[in-house]
Write a protein that binds this ligand. Structure first.
Ligand SMILES: Cc1ncc(C[n+]2csc(CCOP(=O)(O)OP(=O)(O)O)c2C)c(N)n1
Ligand SMILES: [Mg+2]
Length: 570
């Protein structure tokens, strides 16, 4: 039998989908039949990954796409499965990650008019007025499959949109009757559905931009996610060295620039003070950033000239957004940087000025580096986030991918890991906590030969649904390391409070409601659910050996490892 569900699996396969991260329900009998038929007939279809929680499923698809650029499929149950995707929808939207979410929809016949007609109580409960509205504010495209005859076209259209810049999630729904429908095969030519080609700068603007950077005393690039395009960091290095331009990261979600390069000047997150490098810049080129600075805290000088290149410069999904840019360009960062670099190569540049700018920035770089080294010394027996990150750094090699969900330690992790290889670090790209667990599974499926390390807050660890994550990690053999930066609860909301009410009642309160007392056995959860190597680390003196053992468990024994590292309490 060739049903719409057979056609769905064929379309996913021809669109390059390797995995279906699935959480099944009454909407999926035809899809389960189609998987079983493919297995019996030896036809290639994507591998099915059973996901006991939808948020983990979507985070896994996110992680896979973050390292490959390829959308995977997440299959969920009607409206309640869609709701259960929860904040992972926010993360893929804000992080601009391509993924196809496919949900069933309640049957639309109740008297047996068509195969698939209602036969269970829940078919009335799950028939809601606007299922697609649940995610409409977050996806680039959503549609209902109305006939199995063109389900292949809709899948290819959805994935083409997801994988075209700016990337993002897409959502399709199909009712049971449609998924059961017998349809003739309708072959698709995948070459007709490729992503839209990357966009370049208008050629006559290239010179003006280069002239502005070359004439500046303190030219500065500010970026957050240009490293999502793995060719862009090298292009940025070339341009910055030719012109003597410094680089500052703002809430980096990727490795955007080698942190050991003398033109690298640090990263700014929620530090509540003006960034000195940003204040001193007279020409600022913002490339790929959602929040290049927080104006109430840190901003460029009023007379600085700002240019903006972004894959998504208008941020239309953000109702309030503005930076005072003189010119704004929608372009792919690697393409634009190559254009600028080629122009510089043929232009007359004041090499003395370039050398002076480079020397200035190299001095700042060196001062910063020395300050970081000083902060890594352990404070007696206590384990500081700086010391912990420095110890983790010893185990980071050329094939390590770090998933950073360190929250109030984001900044420390970026500073003290000091990564330089494009693709070496990822964040959720959004703010909905718990991404790293599912994402680690997706990253490991995509890059089985790499070491995956998650550095996470204790709150974010619990948000990640560790029991589900570790059951999946063992079942699908995706070993990774989790290091929990355990400060005993949620430090971030406490810091938010203190930034607005430093001397208020709450600042003096004994219990703010942000602590995790009595302390859970975080690592034990992972051991129980997935047989992970589990260890709690309290003293600075035991940290190095604990890390050695955990890394060995992951790399040699192919087991997950969870180190619950107790930091000074919040
Ligand atoms: C899904 C979700 N719920 C709540 C929040 C609000 N929130 C932001 S940071 C934070 C605390 C995170 O705790 P932890 O991971 O331990 O990091 P810490 O703040 O202690 O560094 C919370 C609850 C959020 N961002 N996402
Ligand atoms: Mg915490």
């Amino acid at each position: 039998m060739h049903t719409a569900s057979t056609a769905l699996l064929d379309a996913l396969t021809t669109a390059g989908v390797s995995y279906v991260f699935a959480n099944f329900g009454s909407d999926h009998p035809a899809i389960l039949e189609a998987f079983a038929a493919a297995a019996a007939e030896g036809r290639a279809v994507p591998e099915l990954i059973t996901c006991p929680a939808e948020m983990v499923a979507l985070s896994a698809a996110q992680g896979f796409a973050q390292v490959t650029g390829r959308a995977q499929a997440v299959l969920v149950h009607v409206e309640c499965g869609t709701q259960s995707l929860g904040g992972a929808v926010h993360n893929v939207a804000r992080g601009r990650v391509p993924v196809l979410i496919f949900a069933g929809a309640s049957p639309y016949t109740q008297d047996g008019e068509l195969p698939g007609s209602r036969n269970e109580h829940i078919h009335w409960l799950q028939d809601v007025p606007d299922q697609r509205g649940l995610v409409r504010g977050y996806v680039k495209y959503e549609n209902e499959v109305r006939t199995g005859r063109n389900i292949g076209q809709l899948v290819h259209r959805a994935i083409q949109i997801a994988q075209s810049d700016p990337h993002g999630p897409v959502y399709l729904v199909a009712p049971r009757e449609v998924l059961e429908q017998e349809v003739p095969p309708a072959p698709i030519a995948p070459a007709e559905w490729t992503a839209v080609a990357p966009q370049a700068l208008p050629p006559d603007e290239v010179r003006a931009l280069v002239d502005a950077l070359a004439a500046a005393r303190r030219p500065l690039v500010v970026t957050s996610y240009l490293g999502r395009n793995r060719d862009a960091p090298a292009a940025l290095v070339r341009l910055c060295h030719r012109l003597g331009v410094g680089v500052l990261e703002s809430a980096p979600g990727h490795v955007n620039f080698p942190t050991d390069d003398p033109l690298y000047l640090g990263n700014q997150w929620n530090q509540q003070h003006q960034n000195a490098v940003l204040a001193a810049a007279d020409v600022v080129l913002v490339i790929d950033s959602d929040i290049p600075w927080i104006p109430t805290v840190s901003r460029p000088a009023r007379d600085a000239v700002i240019y903006h290149i972004d894959v998504d410069p208008l941020k239309q999904q953000t109702p309030l957004w503005h930076i005072p840019a003189r010119r704004t360009y929608r372009a792919d960062a690697a393409t634009a940087l190559d254009q600028l670099d080629q122009h510089v190569a043929g232009a007359r540049i004041d090499e003395i000025a370039v050398a002076a700018r480079k020397a200035h920035y190299a001095e700042l770089h060196e001062q910063r580096r020395a300050a970081l080294v000083a902060r890594e010394r352990p404070a007696g027996d206590a384990i500081t986030p700086e010391y912990l990150t420095a110890c983790v750094r010893r185990h980071v090699d050329a094939s390590t991918i770090v998933l950073n969900e360190g929250i109030t330690s984001y900044h420390t992790i970026c500073d003290h890991l000091g990564l330089s290889r494009p693709g070496g670090m990822l964040t959720s790209g959004g703010s909905s906590l718990g991404w790293h667990g599912g994402a680690a599974i997706g990253v490991k499926l995509a890059r089985p030969g790499h070491t995956v390390m998650c550095l996470t807050g204790d709150g974010s660890y619990l948000f990640s649904q560790p029991s589900v994550v570790h059951w999946m990690a063992r079942r699908y053999q995706t070993p990774f390391l989790q290091v929990i930066y355990n400060n005993g609860g949620w430090k971030a909301p406490k810091l938010s409070l203190l930034s607005l009410h430093p001397d208020g009642r709450a600042a003096k309160a004994r219990d703010l409601g942000v602590g995790f007392e009595p302390a859970p056995d975080h690592a034990g959860i992972a051991a129980a659910a997935g047989g992970a190597y589990a260890r709690t680390v309290v003293h600075a003196g035991e940290l190095e050996s604990a890390l050695d053992a955990a890394i060995e468990a992951v790399r040699r024994d192919r087991r997950c490892a969870v180190l619950d590292v107790k930091l000074p309490p919040l």
